[in-house]
Ligand binder design. Structure first.
Ligand SMILES: Cc1cc2nc3c(=O)[nH]c(=O)nc-3n(C[C@H](O)[C@H](O)[C@H](O)COP(=O)(O)O)c2cc1C
Length: 178
């Protein structure tokens, strides 16, 4: 199975997730090309499976991933696709379901796509990082919420679960063949 993975990232965290997904899909006997949505993207025609994912900021995928979906929606409807996101929402109670609804199913509906799988993953936040004026407000409010649930907010918090990401990629490799 020829696989294309397109990812959108603002601070680099989703790039590592895309890489991990790619490794697992390769290990399942497929070929994989991983491309940052900001770069020139290959034509989707020759791929059997297209995996698309993004980090979330202010409730949104990156603009380049959405542009990719818009430009390729018609072709993607005839292919196997899988969507994933890296976000903070999953940390909340019921967050995985909410992430599936708000950040995955809604995007799939917008482009009238029916991905074989949705992956809701965590990400990273540097509570002392510089994210601009609006970003800092978000990080400040997250910091308070995270502190309340016992997270050490004095340092960068990496809540990407590599075992979950690998398990999901294994499932995608199987589901895309059925
Ligand atoms: C400024 C800022 C805004 C964010 N906004 C959201 C958000 O609206 N919803 C959410 O679930 N996570 C949000 N997050 C968490 C990110 O989605 C998470 O850090 C993710 O790993 C970022 O991926 P990237 O580095 O690949 O862009 C935000 C993080 C930052 C720093």
């Amino acid at each position: 199975m020829k696989t294309l993975i397109v990812y959108g990232t603002r601070w680099g965290n989703t790039a590592d997730i895309a890489k991990k997904i790619g490794e697992v899909i390769i290990n399942n006997g497929n070929t994989v090309e991983i491309v940052d949505a900001k770069k020139t993207l290959p034509k989707v025609d020759s791929y059997d499976l297209v995996v698309i994912g993004s980090g979330i900021s202010m409730g949104k995928w990156t603009k380049e991933t959405l542009e990719f979906l818009k430009a390729n929606a018609a072709k993607l409807r005839d292919k196997k696709t899988a969507f994933f996101v890296s976000c903070g929402l999953i940390l909340r109670e019921g967050g995985v379901e909410k992430t599936q609804e708000d950040y995955l199913a809604k995007v799939a509906d917008t482009y009238e796509l029916q991905p074989v799988d949705f992956g809701a993953f965590g990400g990273c936040i540097d509570f002392n990082g510089n994210y601009g004026i609006l970003g800092s407000l978000f990080v400040k409010s997250s910091k308070n919420k995270c502190r309340k649930i016992g997270i050490d907010t004095t340092k960068r918090y990496d809540f990407r679960n590599w075992a979950d990401i690998s398990k999901w990629a294994e499932k995608v490799a199987v589901d895309a063949k059925t």
